[in-house]
Design a protein around this ligand. Structure first.
Ligand code: FAD
Length: 321
């Protein structure tokens, strides 16, 4: 048995989640006394590839081709499955990112593997049993799932596992994958918005605003709070629907799913569709003037008060800290 990790990159640079999955897989490889191979698809510089060895990959395989420059679900799944078979990998691990959520079920079929998506912690391996903790019902619950199949596919929730140094010798090899023409029939067009801000799915701290903010002109204080905390900004669906904030900031069931270490919700009621995308955040702080707002039920810390009084005081307190 060996373990294969798919290390996702964006424009040639690995995402933070790629290092998280390598660190996570390293810990499983050490538990199981086995080897870890990391796979990179697309054009990634050698200096960048070497980072995968820093976090514990024994071997780094690369697949590069003009047709694989952009993410193509079917084709990427086929390449990962070919590598898994060639390496004899019985566990394939990837991030539960937008791409990972599309790849995991396809890999399950191709490898005849049990799939656990949205996994939150290291597996419990006991008496031949392999059990993982994963999110369930759009993040409203956790489930302990036993994978009984010989082959397993795991997608790891972003920010659920810390990046850990575990330096291995750098062994980088090209893998000759077969590309199948039908896999390229449907391609997803990717529109990349360039910004100097932390991408929302990878953010460790998120400041999120809801309809309680009254209008786009009041976002300045949330921007200031985000600035001093090094946080990314998010919002509820009605806020982006109203054009107060861009759709790229909309989190929840129909928006982006996030799992930061700290999620501060300001003037958001906490409807189930919103919670579906944010409830796996490690610590949730809610600021709402209504003590009965549903968000308080899932909050670790709550402030009942007017956002227009609380947020400026919070900013002043953090600045004086
Ligand atoms: P509101 O529900 O209007 O809540 C505003 C809150 O602000 C209230 O709790 C109020 O007490 C508080 N407030 C008001 N003034 C202040 C103040 N001065 N200071 C402090 N607090 C104040 N929603 C999402 O967010 N994401 C989704 O992905 C999503 N998907 C959906 C999918 C479907 C199929 C459906 C039907 C709905 C979806 N929704 C989604 C909408 C969701 O049901 C809620 O309507 C929405 O989340 C409410 O947004 P809100 O909390 O900003 O607004």
């Amino acid at each position: 048995m060996s373990i294969l990790v798919y290390a996702e990159n964006a424009g040639g640079s690995f995402k933070k989640s790629a290092f998280e999955v390598v660190s996570y897989a390293r810990a499983i490889a050490d538990q199981s006394n086995t080897t870890l191979t990391a796979l990179s698809i697309g054009d990634v510089e050698n200096a960048e590839l070497k980072q995968l060895a820093q976090y514990g990959a024994d071997k780094i395989l690369t697949v590069s081709h003009d047709k694989l420059k952009n993410f193509v679900n079917q084709a990427y799944a086929s390449v990962i499955a070919q590598v898994a078979k060639s390496e004899g990998a019985s566990i394939v691990i990837l991030s539960n990112s937008f791409s990972g959520r599309g790849l995991a079920p396809r890999l399950g079929v191709k490898l005849n593997a049990g799939v656990a998506d949205g996994v939150m912690a290291l597996p419990i391996q006991n008496g031949g049993k392999f059990t993982v903790k994963k999110t369930a019902f759009s993040g409203k619950a956790f489930a302990m799932v036993e994978l009984t199949s010989a082959n397993k596919v795991i997608s790891l929730t972003p920010n659920a596992y810390k990046i850990v140094d575990s330096v291995k010798p750098e062994q980088i090899e090209a893998f000759n994958a077969t590309l199948n023409e039908p896999d390229f029939k449907a391609m997803l067009k990717e529109i990349v918005q360039t910004t100097d801000k932390v991408p929302l799915p990878e953010a460790e701290i998120i400041i999120s605003g809801g309809r309680g903010m009254k209008g786009p002109e009041n976002w300045g204080m949330l921007e200031e709070l985000a600035e001093i905390l090094g946080a990314a900004l998010a919002c509820s669906k009605p806020v982006s629907d109203a054009g107060w904030r861009p759709h790229s900031e909309h989190v929840g069931q129909t928006g982006i799913a996030v799992s930061p270490n700290l999620y501060i919700a300001v003037g958001i009621s906490g409807a189930i569709q919103h919670l579906a995308g944010v409830s796996s955040s490690k610590t949730i702080v809610v600021i709402n003037k209504d003590p009965d707002a549903p968000f308080f039920k899932v909050a670790d810390y709550g402030i009942v008060g007017d956002a227009f009084e609380v947020v400026p005081k919070l900013i002043a307190a953090i600045k004086n800290f």
